[in-house]
Design a protein around this ligand. Structure first.
Ligand SMILES: Nc1ncnc2c1ncn2[C@@H]1O[C@H](COP(=O)(O)OP(=O)(O)O)[C@@H](O)[C@H]1O
Ligand SMILES: [Mg+2]
Length: 252
């Protein structure tokens, strides 16, 4: 993090969430600063996905609050969070497979133009051009011909890049990534890690969930470890190592 004096862009305060008999989250708090990567680590079932879904408008918290740009917020659904600048990229991405890159970048927010001065119609050329622009901005390599093919024909890394490009195009100030590299081959994992670095440079605050501790140590500034729904410890990456993180994860 290069702006120690900035205010947090996103905060969780004592967030609790129960599913039936399972206390998935128990008074978890965190701060995320602009241009910072905060990693969430923890064993399966520790509450990582529940925490980010509570922030991103998928679940309401039972207790506690989410503070975004200094104000308490309650997002009723994921598109409300997205509209406010909080984008989430899940492992399974939520791209529309049979649409092209431009259509995916603009999904649900398509630009229109007026045909013959009166008939509103979707402006596909604008969608392609704007998508190209944002992919170039992030140094994402997708050939012009691939741009107009259905995204299911792209590689996993390119698809991940389209989802990240979409977040940037819509001016996300917070990007939440839940296991973004889990389904990718090694070269593509490297590209996603590069993209995360570029987003940092653009002052996006990133919540990064990964099973892969070496990825976490490579791109994160701080790490919050969850264990059975509770915060087990928070460390600066420069002041910890994987042994300590694993100990926090398993307890004892
Ligand atoms: N929608 C749900 N309904 C019931 N239980 C859930 C639901 N989502 C998560 N849980 C439970 O909450 C706990 C935390 O899950 P999760 O947040 O997915 O953990 P993680 O992402 O760290 O693996 C687990 O015990 C899980 O079984
Ligand atoms: Mg999870």
């Amino acid at each position: 993090m290069d702006k120690p004096n900035a205010a947090p862009i996103l905060q969780g305060r004592n967030i609790s969430k129960r599913f039936g008999g399972v206390q998935a989250l128990d008074k978890v708090s965190f701060d995320l600063y602009p241009g910072e990567v905060l990693a969430l680590a923890g064993d399966n079932g520790a509450g990582k996905s529940t925490l980010i879904k509570t922030v991103a408008g998928v679940y309401g918290a039972d207790e506690g609050e989410v503070i975004y740009r200094g104000e308490t917020v309650k997002f009723d659904n994921p598109s409300a969070a997205r509209g406010a600048g909080i984008e989430t990229i899940y492992q399974d991405l939520a791209l529309a497979d049979n649409l092209d890159v431009g259509a995916n970048v603009f999904l649900g927010r398509e630009p229109t133009r007026r045909l013959f001065g009166f008939l509103p119609s979707i402006d596909r050329r604008k969608m392609r051009e704007e998508s190209r622009g944002v992919l170039d901005l992030l140094d994402i390599e997708i050939s012009p011909s691939a741009l107009s093919k259905p995204v299911h024909s792209l590689s996993g890394g390119q698809r991940q890049a389209v989802a990240i490009g979409r977040a940037i195009f819509w001016n996300a100030t917070v990007l939440i990534m839940d296991e973004p590299t889990a389904a990718l081959g090694v070269p593509e994992q490297r590209k996603v890690m590069d993209l995360i670095r570029r987003l940092k440079e653009r002052s996006v605050g990133i919540l990064f969930i990964s099973h892969n501790l070496s990825d976490i140590f490579e791109v994160s500034d701080r790490i919050l470890v969850l264990r059975r729904g509770k915060a087990a410890g928070e460390r600066k990456i420069s002041e910890t190592d994987s042994d300590e993180v694993v100990k926090l994860m398993v307890g004892g």
